[in-house]
Write a protein that binds this ligand. Structure first.
Ligand code: GAR
Length: 223
């Protein structure tokens, strides 16, 4: 086995903070609203974790902005109501976010999960769910913010990249970091092969970070 293939072993992809075997302290069931723009593999990871009782939560609604996105069939598979809010039909970002807030409130959502949500969010959404919005990004933030993060890492020639789950503030791909996973870049990586390996880690830290955020929140509210 070469060093490179050893590095591909999932155990060598460092996750920090570690996800305890026993999970994080249980909070009351979380009511999640998921925002997704595309394939929805992170949506699916969350739905599976709930189904396997690794995450004490319920997905109240999945909001998507691109008609025909693959995430729709995933929501159907898991019997999650889905709502299309097409940003192209709104005057500006604030008006779009107001409609998102209205929909999330209609579905009694507590935590908002941006699972591949390719829109910049405004204060309108952030103020409605203070410290309760979570985003996933395919780089080790604060490196490689914005679009094409995987390509940016390859172009920069870094040897290790990864993914980050963080709380959302008004700056793009900013806000307190909850959890990160490091992924080595291999000599023959393309954006596709690298993104594929990053996504394996994304699915772990997405679930871990939701549970971590909820348990921290519980500590705060009970102290
Ligand atoms: C994920 O890799 C996520 O990190 C990225 O979009 C992908 C969505 O995948 N998000 C961003 O780039 C946000 N800045 P998915 O639709 O299969 O979950």
């Amino acid at each position: 086995m070469t060093t490179e293939t050893q590095l591909l072993n999932s155990n060598s992809c460092l996750i920090s903070p570690a996800i305890p075997e026993s999970g994080f302290p249980k909070s009351s069931p979380l009511k999640l609203g998921i925002l997704a723009s595309g394939s929805g593999s992170n949506f699916e990871a969350i739905a599976e974790a709930i189904n396997n009782q690794k995450l004490n939560a319920q997905i109240q609604v999945m909001i998507y902005n691109n008609p025909g996105a693959k995430v729709i069939s995933r929501a159907e598979k898991w019997n999650v109501p889905s709502v299309l809010l097409n940003h192209r039909e709104y005057k500006n970002r604030e008006e779009f976010d107001s409609q998102i807030v209205k929909t999330l409130q209609e579905y009694d959502v507590e935590w908002v999960i941006m699972a591949g949500w390719m829109r910049i969010v405004t204060q309108v959404l952030i103020n409605a769910f203070p410290n309760q919005i979570i985003n996933i990004h395919p780089s080790l933030l604060p490196s490689f913010k914005g679009i094409k993060a995987v390509e940016q890492a390859l172009k920069a020639g870094v040897k290790i990249t990864g993914c980050t789950v963080h709380l959302v503030d008004v700056e793009v791909d900013n806000g307190p970091i909850l959890m990160q996973a490091a992924v080595p870049i291999l000599a023959d990586d393309t954006p596709e092969t690298l993104h594929e390996r990053i996504q394996v880690q994304e699915h772990k830290i997405m679930v871990g970070a939701i549970a971590l955020a909820a348990s921290k929140n519980q500590d705060l509210s009970s102290s």
